[in-house]
Design a protein around this ligand. Sequence first.
Ligand code: MRU
Length: 346
Amino acid sequence: MEELHAVQWHDGKVRILDQTKLPEELVLLEISDYYAVVDAIKSLAVRGAPAIGIAAAFGVVLSVWNADEVDRAAFIESVNKAIEELKSTRPTAKNLFGALERMRKVLSQNLSRPLREIKSALLRTAQSILNEDLENCKKIGEMGAALLPVRANILTHCNAGLLATGGHGTALGIVRTAIEKGKKIKVYVDETRPLLQGARLTTFELLEDGIDVTLITDSMAAFVMQKGLINVVIVGADRIARNGDVANKIGTYGLAVLAKEHKIPFVVAAPLSTFDPDIASGDHIIIEERHPDEVRKIGDRFIAPEDVEVLNPAFDVTPHHLISAIVSERGVIKFPNENALTEWLK
Ligand code: MRU
């Protein structure tokens, strides 16, 4: 299904596959102003750390795509304003901030050039962020697939697939590459409440590719591990601190604890754009809190009293001591810790 793309630039517009509508409907949003990119990120029409960064970079391009090419001050102000607004959409994914920083640098390095050329430089950079992510996912796929036995049952959480990246996926990139290499892979995916990225998105993209997938509820993870059905857990990441602590979709930490109890390797797959060496440990990662109705409801229907108090953190932090390996485009780091990671990131 590699022809499906979470985000693309097409003819002066950003095309976003609206993931809130999946799996029932394939709706492509054709976006021509950056406010709509802001909304798409906030509403999770586009989601997954790398895809958020890619969408935001194209959002910056949109902020000046049809701008007056004479008024330099207004042009620069538009780019900076878009960067600030896009930054405020979701706090946890490092890729968002990395991509926006890259766009800001391109602006400042090209300030003396004609506005038309600055526009082209911004577009080239956004396109590179997308293309590099796709290449990195393929490398992650190679590195991760090499770790797997010829037959493996993998448990994954949320969606770290092509829908969350420039293509191929991180955790699901490992699945795809392993299958390309002839390995027999079965994937278990938990539904990932509250927003069901596992149930709605991961099953969808794996079924489209004809990959063997079984959906379980979040509360069944311990059961399937206890029954010996899982050989390895592989998840993505939203931000990785300097000591190897990993922020990822709420529920990831619980899986890591369970994996430890059942002596199952717990692997994190993420590009270097998700690493944040400025953050010493997971304690300092900002965890996004989302609207209580996401927990009170499933789809449009309330499944709880409408006024019940709710806690809705979108992510949790898995401490590095529970992680068997982190796979990035640079290679595999086993048993990550601050010394190993600092050395490795040099
Ligand atoms: O809230 P979401 O759907 O954006 O959360 C996504 C995840 O937690 C993914 O696992 C992570 O971003 C990695 S995507 C390659």
